[in-house]
Structures are given as C-alpha cells and as structure tokens.
Design a protein around this ligand. Structure first.
Ligand code: FRU
Length: 424
C-alpha cells in the first residue's frame, strides 16, 4: 500500500477483520436483533416516486439537525412509471416490481421537510438536471455546516465510474417550508485507487460509494467513511486463517468465498473544508464473508466508536449467511481493533418470514434506526408481494457495551431532530 498516513498525523493501522467464524454466529429471528414485522398495509410517502436510501440532515458530529424547526431528509428517489408501456405486463397491468428493480439506474437526490420529524413533505430535486456529472446520484450525506444554512452534500456520482463528490448549497426556510438553493457545482473528490480499494478495471462488480464524513470526537480531525471492496483482481483474494477465524471442525471449506471482498473505507481530509482527501487503508474488511458493506456510519457513544454498515443475504459468501439488515462493530479508538457487536455483527435484520421487508438502515446517535420498505408479502406463501419505495417504521434500539437490543417501534419514517439550528 503506497499511502503514508503518518504525514497527516494519523497512526498507521491494520484493518479489522469480520471473519467467517464471526458470521457463523449470526442468528436470524433472534428477537433482540430482528426488525418487527412490517404490515403490508403500510402508507406510501408519495405515489409519484419511489424513495429508498434516507439521509437525514446532520452536523459533522453525527447529530440529526433541524433548521428553524424544520426537519430535513434527503432520499435516493426515482419516478414511478405506472403508465409507461415499458412497465406494463402482458395483461396491460403495471409491473411495479420491474419498475422498482430498475430504480438504481435513474436514482436522483431529492429532499423532504417536516415540522414533526415524520409525514414528510415533498421538497424536490437537490440539483437541477445536468448539474451532476453522471447518470446516477447515489447515496451520501448532507452536512449542515453553519448557521448561515450552508450544506455540503457528499454523494456518489455513478455511471460512468463511481466517484465520491460533493456539492455545496444552502438550506433556506420560510414559515411554509424549506428549499435547497445553489447546488450547482459538483466537485470530484476521489475514486478507488486499485491499491487499497478495488477498481472497476479489477472487478466489474466493484463497490465504491456512500461517503459519510465526520469529525473524530477524540482527535477533532475530519474523516470520511465509505463503502469499498479490497483492491486486487476479481478472484485473486486469499481466504486464509485470519479471514476464516476460529471455526469448528468441518467448517474449514471456504468454497468460492474469495469473490466476496467487502470493506469499510476511510479517508482523512488534508484541509479544514474537506475539499482535499487522502484515502487510508480500510477500517474493516470482510474478505471471504460478504461482498457489500454499504452506507457505513458511526455512532459515538460512551467514548466508543460504533461502526454500522448495511448488507444483504445475497452478498454473503459460500458457507455463511445472514439476513438483510444493519451490522455493527465496536472499537475504543477510531482505527480499531473493531469487534463484531452481538458476537456476530448482526444488529437489526429482517425476519425470515419477510426477508426483503426493509433495507438501508441508518442508526442515529439517539438509538433510532430508519430504513425504507422494499417489499412485503401479501399472502401466506410469500409469492404475492407489495412493493414499498417508502419509509419503514423507525425502530428504537439500545446500545450497551458490545451488545444491542431492539426496544421500541415508532411511526413510519420517524426521524426527530437531536438539535435545532436557528439560521441567521
Ligand atoms: C443501498 C445502496 C447504496 C447505493 C444505492 C444505490 O441501498 O445500494 O449503497 O448508494 O443503494 O441505489
């Protein structure tokens, strides 16, 4: 690895490993780590659009922030096409599932606002068409910078390529609502380097996205988490003793798990504004365990670093499995070592009877977990489903030491502010 982190005053570190042995401890349907069943009669935020990844406006310390009493969320959003001939089935009925599954290719960043932290009102697109340099506006983080309402939106510009970018604009409030103005100049920050983080040339299925900037509560510096895969040609990774961990006899066979190479990336800012970044080695790797550790984020609590990341059943490696949901790891210092929460890493998974009910969980420092509804079965066999594309009920969770516990359920899309900023 070519990087020289010492020059930014950062101690070099070894990535922590999420091992196959850790993942063998995953238990679906443990009530303390399972999201309550989402009923198929859920309300839909807006019938014209699908929404999925939800990004609450926050400050650099992670606090969900309202402005002049208005809560604000950003969402990945795509139009619904109920009348488009392309999405009609043989009988002329709207094939909503196909429309929903195609959404990633036309994802755009939208915003919503609310006086109550729920029942979100439609704001609109953050950037006008043509501002973002690529076809897809993928997940990231909106940061409220100051009481002038300046916002840095970090996100991923995808297809062609995958570049972590940011665009600065401003949030403006009135008595009647909120608008986002001036998000006009997108600045590319960095891409995968092929040395620490896998590139598209090394693997057509590479992941490099979902920036989450933050100020380290201990050293005060500006860093950023992101999703990556460990660098190297697809198929060249080794799943050795370290990646396997302490498995029982009969569990040594790793199958084709060398193709699963997720990691949580980290970068440090060279400047105070976060315009100039240096990638560092990953904080956490999941080689031989899982291929995606998406939307990584932190909760800083009790002097500890709680690292959360979302993952899927379908991205697990041969011989290990777990539900779609959010996984977590904890360390006493930013660069680890990280140990899996609840022994396995599983923090909040879908129940096995409704494996796709929710996804893209985001754990807030107040213990509330927001997510979106993907699809919920409408019959006993699970062959009939209702597609979501809307906010899921918020879950309340307690984090204690190396364990987490589901303790409450709240309204759909409930994302209350943790602090309010009065704009000057
Ligand atoms: C999570 C995710 C993100 C990505 C976005 C693309 O749901 O896969 O990692 O930015 O969705 O739609």
């Amino acid at each position: 690895m070519k990087t020289n982190p010492e020059k930014f005053g950062v101690t070099p570190h070894q990535p922590s490993l999420w091992t196959r042995a850790d993942a063998l401890k995953v238990r679906a349907d443990d009530p303390t780590t399972t999201q309550p069943l989402v009923s198929a009669d859920f309300p839909v935020l807006n019938n014209d659009v699908f929404i999925w990844d939800t990004m609450p406006l926050r400050d650099l310390d992670g606090n969900v922030t309202s402005v002049d009493g208005w809560s604000v969320i950003f969402t990945l959003t795509a139009d619904r096409h109920p009348n488009d001939p392309q999405y009609l089935d043989e009988d002329g009925n709207y094939d909503i599932l196909r429309d929903w599954n195609d959404r990633h290719g036309r994802a755009k960043m939208y915003y919503w606002f609310s006086r109550t932290g729920k029942n979100w009102e439609f704001g609109g697109r953050v950037m006008a068409e043509g501002v973002s340099p690529t076809a897809r506006e993928w997940a990231g983080t909106p940061i409220l910078l100051n009481d002038r309402g300046e916002v840095d939106l970090y996100y991923t510009a995808v297809t062609p390529g995958a570049t972590i970018v940011k665009v600065r604009g401003r949030v403006v409030t009135t008595e009647h609502g909120v608008s986002m103005v001036g998000f006009e100049k997108v600045k590319p920050l960095f891409e995968a380097d092929g040395n620490m983080y896998q590139t598209e040339a090394q693997n057509a299925f590479w992941g490099f996205r979902d920036p989450w900037p933050f100020r380290d509560p201990k050293d005060g510096k500006l860093y950023m988490l992101f999703e990556g895969n460990v660098a190297g040609e697809r198929g060249s990774h080794k799943v050795g003793e370290a990646e396997i961990g302490n498995v029982p006899p009969g569990y040594e066979d790793v199958g084709n798990s060398r193709f699963q190479t997720a990691c949580v990336g980290i970068a440090v800012a060279r400047d105070a504004d976060g315009d100039d970044w240096e990638m560092l080695p990953p904080l956490l790797t999941a080689v031989g365990v899982n291929d995606q550790t998406e939307r990584p984020h932190f909760v800083f609590q009790d002097g500890k670093y709680y690292l959360f990341t979302i993952s899927h059943t379908f991205t697990y490696a041969d011989g290990v499995t777990g539900p779609d949901g959010v996984y977590g790891f904890v360390a006493d210092s930013l660069f680890g070592p990280y140990v899996p929460l609840n022994g396995s890493g599983l923090v909040l998974g879908n129940p096995s009877s409704q494996p796709f009910q929710t996804y893209s969980h985001y754990v807030m420092p107040n213990g509330l977990v927001t997510s979106f509804i993907d699809s919920v079965p409408t019959d006993e066999t699970g062959t009939q489903i209702r597609v979501g594309g809307t906010e899921a009920p918020t879950v309340g969770m307690k984090i204690k030491g190396q364990q987490t516990f589901v303790v409450a359920e709240y309204d759909y899309g409930y994302i209350p502010p943790m602090l309010d900023v009065t704009l000057k």
